[in-house]
Design a binder for this molecule. Structure first.
Ligand code: NOJ
Length: 564
């Protein structure tokens, strides 16, 4: 990528008209770093910003365009940093504000853009505003920045409505008044330590504009917006009448998710982002019922990207994959936004483990499944994703083919949902186990000490060191794929794929200068030969018309030969 990268000390430079046809982000490959699990420079067993800085060359060599850092802000870590107590400070466990500034500068010097996480739906219960709200008591102005309500029932002993927390249990917690008697309840769609902001309050909106400016002035190139679909709640906070759990990607519109009012916030932020030089972006973490609703977040005057969770949730079956690809491209086309493909992140079971299990296991499983099969399919799925038009997000460790660690002992688990029995069950720790960098060392090069979650012994051979230079390794496949993507800039461009005839269970499509063939079945298939093989996700047969089971091949696009 040769486009200009925002200067570290960038600043507001007046409103500029957005050019819908430009944009480094349209086909960017963006790598998610989960700081506590990436690299530990100070040897305390927990990753930190200095650790990330030391490993930036890995990202440059991998060939990604940008790095997204999950939260590193001051936080009691009730939800691994997604409970922010001070949005303008770095938590001491990750380093200092200076470390953040140096990291941004170093990344830019290596040609990598930097996206930081923004958590606007809720703060930590340790945030000074929430602490003040508790102190000032019922009816106080401080309480109006959050959602405090009296309970139902004669003594107010029942929650104000039936909303469940995403992490299980009710979305309300009761406070205690200064005289020791039970008081009002407050809303938290996630853990009780994560009270939801009231986005109808002008001070909340103004505070987040200021936080955006703070990090834009520090030189970041963009934001990943946490729970982008949750900020606005339906008027009157009506019951949902299910009393159950929150289903991600549910068909029905919940009164606390994907409300139309959120879009006003993003239009406001877009004006702010566009007022900075250097094409600063925002990507929505929006779990919506359909890709069409996801497209609302990336209308030309809103955010730039939105994760495609429908794609992430698709099983390893050609029909479903093709359907979600077609639906996604069709949904994004009218708003002129790229599709933002993603297969793994810190909240879902890694795709190497998802695809090791039967499709019904879903995106949140703790079953190890058939590891070899999972890895073979994961590699094929990655090459499929990287051949599609649009941007793609990678999650740290997927370039090593890491599986989830499905047998973590309960005593090391930290996922808050693990402790709230009725909801999700703590599966997220399995995809957060620290990255192995070397074959040896207490934590395989993660740091000089241990690692906050134990790494399996088998990970020595999955380390960056073990895989580097091995042409059959997953790491070298990712490096080659990203190199090919750079050599063929048309690959990520556009908004269409041209499907070619293919047998059942197989996808074949043409991209500029290029054909991608994906066999999702468990048997080899015979295809036309489309030219010479540029890259394959696994061993290919000597007969180039044979595509092995669970394998993707990239062909340089020569005119179609009969090949049979
Ligand atoms: C989504 C984040 O990705 C997840 O890790 C977090 O628990 C919730 N939002 C709440 O912030």
């Amino acid at each position: 990528m040769t486009q200009h990268i925002a200067a570290t000390a960038g600043g507001a430079s007046g409103r500029r008209a957005p050019d819908p046809s430009s944009g480094w982000w349209r086909d960017a490959v963006i790598y998610q770093v989960y700081p506590r699990s990436f690299a530990d420079a100070n040897g305390d067993g927990m990753g930190d910003l200095a650790g990330v800085r030391g490993r930036l060359p890995h990202l440059r060599d991998l060939g990604v365009d940008a790095v997204w850092l999950s939260p590193f802000y001051a936080s009691p870590q009730a939800d691994a940093g997604y409970d922010v107590a001070d949005y303008r400070a770095v938590d001491p466990m990750f380093g200092t504000l200076d470390d953040a500034r140096v990291l941004i500068g170093d990344a830019h010097a290596l040609g990598l853009r930097v996206i930081v996480d923004l958590v606007p739906n809720h703060s930590s219960s340790d945030h000074p505003w929430f602490q003040q709200a508790l102190r000032d008591g019922p009816g106080s102005a401080a309480r109006t920045r959050y959602h405090f309500r009296p309970g139902k029932g004669p003594g107010g002993e029942l929650p104000p409505n039936d909303w469940p927390s995403v992490f299980g249990g009710p979305a309300w917690t009761r406070t205690t008044d200064s005289d020791g008697t039970p008081g009002d309840w407050y809303l938290h769609l996630f853990a009780p330590e994560q009270p939801d902001f009231n986005w109808d309050h002008p001070e909340v909106a103004e505070e987040f504009r200021s936080i955006l400016r703070f990090w834009l002035d520090a030189g970041v190139d963009g934001f990943r917006v946490d729970v982008a679909h949750g900020l606005v709640k339906a008027p009157g906070m009506p019951d949902i009448g299910e009393g159950g759990t929150v289903r991600l990607l549910a068909d029905d519109l919940l009164p606390f998710f994907d409300q139309d009012g959120v879009h006003e916030i993003y239009r406001d932020w877009r004006v702010l982002l566009d007022s900075y030089a250097g094409e600063r972006i925002a990507v929505a973490e929006a779990w919506t019922s359909t890709v069409a609703r996801t497209a609302n977040y990336v209308r030309p005057d809103e955010l730039h990207q939105a994760f495609n969770f429908q794609y992430l949730s698709a099983p390893w079956r050609a029909g479903e994959l093709r359907e979600v690809i077609d639906l996604s491209l069709a949904a994004m086309r009218p708003v002129g936004a790229p599709t933002t493909w993603v297969l793994s992140n810190h909240d879902v079971t890694r795709h190497a483990t998802r695809f090791a299990n039967p499709p019904g296991a879903g995106i949140q499983t703790r079953q190890a499944g058939d590891r070899a099969l999972g890895l073979r399919r994961a590699r094929a799925a990655t090459l499929l994703m990287l051949a599609l038009p649009g941007s793609a997000y990678l999650y740290q460790g997927e370039e090593l083919g890491l599986p989830d660690v499905t047998d973590l002992p309960d005593e090391v688990r930290q996922d808050p949902s693990f402790f709230r029995a009725a909801g999700q069950d703590g599966f997220r720790d399995g995809c957060r186990v620290p990255v192995p960098w070397t074959r040896d060392g207490g934590s395989y090069g993660f740091g000089a000490g241990g690692s906050w979650l134990p790494q399996p012994g088998s990970w020595a051979e999955l380390s960056v060191e073990a895989q580097t230079g091995d042409p059959g390794s997953t790491l070298e496949m990712y490096r080659s794929a990203l190199a090919v993507r750079k050599e063929h800039p048309g690959l990520g461009a556009g908004d269409r794929v041209e499907w070619l005839e293919a047998p059942d269970g197989v996808l074949v499509f043409r991209r500029p200068g290029f054909v991608c063939a994906v066999n999702t079945t468990d048997s080899p298939v015979r295809l036309a030969a489309y030219g010479s093989v540029l890259l394959a996700s696994g061993p290919t047969a000597a007969d180039r018309t044979v595509l092995p089971a669970d394998t993707t091949v990239w062909w340089s696009a020569h005119p179609v030969e009969s090949g049979q």
